[in-house]
Write a protein that binds this ligand. Sequence first.
Ligand SMILES: [Fe+2]
Length: 414
Amino acid sequence: MPRRRTLFGQSVDRSIFVAYFLGGIVPLLGFALLADRVIPSLADRAEQWALGATIAGTGLLSLASFLALRHIVTSTLEKMDDDNHRLATLIGFARELSSAPHAHVVAESTAGWAIRVAHGEAAWLFVRHDLDKPFECWASRGDLAASWLEANGEEWLEYVDHAARDGEGLVVQASTDTDLSLVVAPLGGDALPEGALVVASRARPFRTSEIDALATLAGLGGVALANVESDDVQRNFYSHMTELVVAALDTHIQYRRGHASRVAETAHLVGRAMGLDERALHDLHFAALLHDVGMLRIPPEHQKDPKHFRKHTLVGHRMLSRIRAWEGAAPIVLQHHERIDGAGYPDGAVGDDICLGARILAVCDTWDAMRCDDWNRAALTPEAALAELEANAGTQFDPDVVRAFRGLVEQDEI
Ligand SMILES: [Fe+2]
């Protein structure tokens, strides 16, 4: 609720009072003092009354002007306060939308903020992806939202259809049988999904400023929905592309089927244990899945020849760095065969010059290789594989990564 303005609550009120005091009260007092001396000298009683009445009338008019001015100023301040509140709400809403991961989170957020911005009692978001299909209620907020929707849903869906089709909002001000005031605002954006935001309040007409704010909110919500859905489509595409490439790798390097998926799983656990943020975990995940993607360019007959297979880190880096969704994984792929003592390849990078993702991947990659039968030896037991990692901590592997890895093995996470 906006704060109630008081006369001295704002510096502008104080300024008005000072101005009134200097320009109204002080001259009036002077006038009254002067009249006090003049009135007794007037011989005619009627003239005395007339002068007195003039002074009193001027005083009353002055006071009335002051009160009117004060009312105008406080009303203006309240309106400004309301506008600021709505602007802050819309900014908060836009900020929340920017981090909303899914369309349903956007829908819930839009309905929730609609109640706040218009002081409504319930809000719903109706959406459809296909123009031939009916609208679905994606979000419903407010204690009475379910019962009001059940009682009025059919009628409101017609309003929603009308608003979404024409792109124009609809306002019903407490004139329906249920005594509900209703605002139906179409979602913004020209692309699908289309729909409308509906906000209701019992027997309280919505103000023009609230209706305007809801129109803006629905516009922002619609654009955010379209963006999130477009991101979803892209994520889905890259996820399936990755699966396809991993499947191709599994076929190409036959003696390690399922290796990339297992390495991605353990790398994620180690990365999380070592405090990597979501972005770094995302890059590590793709790097782990695609770390040997460069092998696709190494003919099968040369896969066991170091002169040839060592090129796979450079080739993989080149392949991934051209693709936006995978470019963060490229440096990890480039360095996943580096050793912290500098004896690795392709650059002989040392210690922290090797990125943490690559240091984690090196351990997880080697662990999985040791735990599987290879073309020239049988799989090692977990104890033997862990002993091998620890024996090479400080030379081949980062000791901190090996320590984190051991912790996860001891907790039965790996
Ligand atoms: Fe590799």
